[in-house]
Design a protein around this ligand. Structure first.
Ligand SMILES: [Zn+2]
Length: 425
């Protein structure tokens, strides 16, 4: 009698342990992989996306960068930065003064420095500098891009772009890349173009030349460290650029990308700029396009990857932009800039290739954690087979599929164990 009572108790104990084990397994399987681009890209809960993680390839080197969100200076022990600055310093004009904001009344109305903030000047007066890019040169074309990323909660937005097979230009802030390196990697993995947007997002004309250099240099270096590529384009925060700042960017191999139309999506303050202002700006821009304004030369519209509002507006206005413009392409594609980075193992399609459906070419996955090391051939809208974008998206969906499978297995075993336990009790 005693013995037969003991056996069920033992069974109960074993089964209880099995149930607990399965519960633990299910829990472990549902936690996201925060160490890879694909794992991070598969997270759908914005709160989870925005909880910080450690990415050793960047965190181990963060001491070689200026403090995040502070005015960049050339670090005392950074011989590479010092050597680069020494090599270009002599070519930077010293007769263009450091500015104050807003433009003071004492500044000459002739705008000798081609100061955009003063008079929207985009054609430099200093010789040797190319005009800024402020429109997409191709007719009826929108040069599509977003400033201030990477934003930690951008997966829904990037998923949307992916669902539309739409590529864009992302202007990344170095301090953001340092916090969200896997989100920065996603831009490249998805086939977007990456440009620099400084280290700490200052009014660049208010900085001494050495600080202007450091803001650009450390942004470029952080993108290189986190993503594996070095940008050759940049956008000045607030558009604040003059010929002194341009000459430093030029010496670093950076093309200056501006805009002519502004949604003001990053300026909403509930007073002078409201949500409705942004909606009106989008609508005005679309009406301008419908009026034929861009029939001979396209446009660039200023929009941001700054927060949920700016990204949601981008998603909600995409269908109208798509039906209004003949083509929506990354700015580099509109410029036929097939070599977007210093590194030669990544190229953008030409404008003709892009509009024919080849939206990425030779997109090598360069993320420091990537072990596949495989180069990916072209991506076609009509036949989206092997491509940088399709590879990443495939990896993400196969990840999701295997996660779902694990869930089904886990739940199945949990139910079986519980039923057995109940029948024995
Ligand atoms: Zn910005």
């Amino acid at each position: 009698m005693q013995l037969s009572k003991k056996i069920p108790s033992l069974q109960k104990l074993v089964l209880a342990l099995i149930v607990l084990g399965k519960l633990h397994l299910v829990d472990a399987q549902s936690s996201p992989d925060r160490s890879t681009e694909a794992g991070e890209a598969a997270i759908t809960d914005p709160n989870q996306e925005c909880s910080s993680y450690d990415y050793p390839p960047v965190s181990s080197q963060i001491g070689s960068f200026p403090p995040q969100w502070e005015k960049a200076t050339i670090l005392a022990n950074d011989s590479a930065a010092q050597a680069k600055w020494a090599s270009i310093n002599g070519s930077i004009p010293t007769n263009i003064s450091v500015k104050t904001q807003p433009p003071p009344s004492s500044y000459s109305s002739d705008d000798p420095d081609c100061w955009w903030t003063y008079n929207l000047c985009t054609t430099p007066k200093l010789s040797g500098l190319s005009p800024d890019v402020s429109a997409a040169p191709e007719p009826s074309t929108l040069g599509y891009g977003f400033d201030d990323g990477p934003n930690c909660s951008h997966n829904a937005f990037y998923d949307f772009l992916q669902s539309q097979n739409q590529k864009a230009t992302f202007y990344f802030i170095g301090s953001n890349v340092a916090d969200w390196p896997l989100e920065a990697q996603r831009a490249l993995a998805d086939g977007h173009e990456i440009c620099a947007h400084t280290w700490s997002h200052p009014y660049m004309t208010t900085f001494a030349s050495e600080n202007v250099f450091a803001e650009l240099w450390y942004c470029m270096q952080m993108i290189k460290l986190a993503v594996g590529v070095t940008p050759t384009c940049w956008r000045p925060p607030y558009g604040d650029v003059d010929d002194r700042v341009r000459s430093i960017a030029h010496a670093l191999g950076l093309q200056t990308i501006m805009w002519e139309y502004d949604t003001e999506d990053a300026s909403v303050n509930g007073k002078s700029v409201t949500d409705q202002t942004v909606v009106t700006n989008y609508q005005d821009f679309i009406n301008t396009a419908k009026n034929g304004t861009f029939n001979s030369t396209g446009a660039i519209l200023l929009t941001h990857e700054l927060n949920n509002f700016t990204m949601s507006e981008a998603v909600s206005f995409y269908p109208q932009l798509k039906s209004t413009f003949q083509h929506i392409v990354p700015v580099g594609v509109s410029l036929n800039k097939t070599q977007p980075y210093v590194e030669s193992n990544y190229s953008l399609p030409t404008f003709e290739q892009y509009i024919a459906g080849t939206v990425t070419t030779n997109g090598t996955r360069i993320s420091p954690n990537d072990t596949s090391g495989s180069s990916t051939p072209s991506d076609s809208a009509s036949a989206p087979s092997p491509s940088a974008s399709a590879t990443r998206s495939g990896a993400a969906s196969s990840n999701a599929a295997s996660e779902t499978k694990m869930h089904v297995y886990g739940t199945f075993w949990l139910v079986v164990s519980l039923l057995t336990l109940c029948s024995l009790w």
